[in-house]
Design a protein around this ligand. Structure first.
Ligand SMILES: C[S@@+](CC[C@H](N)C(=O)[O-])C[C@H]1O[C@@H](n2cnc3c(N)ncnc32)[C@H](O)[C@@H]1O
Length: 285
């Protein structure tokens, strides 16, 4: 056995205390079958901090160093899997239906700016995908409107990667060669950087989706993407997060969640929409 792992064996009591702490701070819920996963994710951090037991680590998280260590904890425990053009049928529905409709509603309300929130944006592939579409539609469906895409995440590490906007061909696999050429600058060694005219649509900030009082600081939105993060939350957290989205969305505005995430059991404020091979939700009133 790896000596580090042997040194940092987590007891069931430690797992439960850490699990409850993580749930309270992030909404991420680890069932008991995930003890090994958590041990695996945290053992390197424990070694870096020269801590011997997970009880020591929890004490640190609860002590005066807690706020700083919490940022490291979020980096370690989150799963940040993402890619450009993820779930293509839903992205196409955004391009062909959701965005033109959002622009129409915005004009009706007299807005000059459209705001899109990529909540839990990971390393930026999702907000930059949306930005490429906005760039392509700026003289047609979006004519006369400026667009801001806010990308938020709980992990500082992925937000820094999003800020660099440098990607390899694996995460770009769903793009056509033409899109790659149009929207990226090749940096060599299989790396490509998003062009400045796409990056300028996107602003990034750290935001914890369970910080419910902070939602109103973000302002109102015409579309919210929250894909592949609700699966980590239990029903109580999902319901609160969805209420937060509902409060910030304009009337009739769209919410797009991951393809395996269903929300209708939790919130009656949204109606389910069927697009071609994809689903979405819309605020009822
Ligand atoms: C699997 S990625 C999804 C990325 C992108 N939305 C997509 O669908 O490709 C999930 C992201 O949720 C973030 N996350 C987890 N809990 C969060 C929370 N409480 N607040 C904000 N972001 C959170 C993680 O850091 C991670 O980057």
């Amino acid at each position: 056995m790896d000596p580090l792992q042997a040194k940092h064996q987590m007891t069931l009591a430690e797992f439960r205390s850490l699990r409850d702490f993580i749930y309270a701070k992030s909404g991420i819920f680890f069932s008991e079958s995930k003890q090994y996963f958590l041990e695996n994710r945290l053992s390197k951090r424990m070694a870096d901090l020269k801590l011997k037991t997970y009880s020591d680590y929890l004490s640190m998280l609860q002590g005066f160093q807690g706020p700083v260590e919490l940022k490291h904890l979020f980096v370690e425990i989150t799963t940040n899997e993402t890619s450009f053009w993820r779930n293509p049928p839903q992205i196409e529905a955004f391009q062909n239906i959701v965005l033109p409709e959002a622009a129409r509603l915005a004009r009706e309300r007299g807005q000059s700016r459209l705001r899109i929130w990529s909540a839990a944006c990971s390393s930026g592939e999702e907000p930059y995908t949306l930005a490429m579409i906005c760039q392509d539609l700026k003289d047609s469906a979006l004519r006369g409107l400026s667009v801001e895409i806010l990308g938020t995440d709980i992990s500082e590490k992925v937000l820094a990667q999003a800020g660099d906007a440098v990607y390899n061909s694996y995460t770009l696999r769903n793009l056509t060669p033409e899109q790659l050429l149009r929207h990226f600058v090749p940096l060599g060694k299989d790396l490509f950087q998003v062009k400045p005219e796409i990056r300028r649509f996107v602003s990034l900030r750290n935001f914890n989706l369970v910080d419910y009082p902070a939602y109103r600081q973000l302002g109102t939105f015409d579309v919210i993407f929250c894909r592949n993060v609700l699966i980590y939350f239990d029903e109580a957290v999902k319901a609160q997060v969805l209420k937060g989205f509902h409060d910030l969305l304009h009337s009739r505005a769209h919410l797009l969640v991951g393809h395996s995430e269903s929300i209708h059991a939790f919130n009656t404020g949204f109606e389910l929409l069927h697009f071609s091979k994809a689903m979405g939700y819309r605020k009822r009133t």
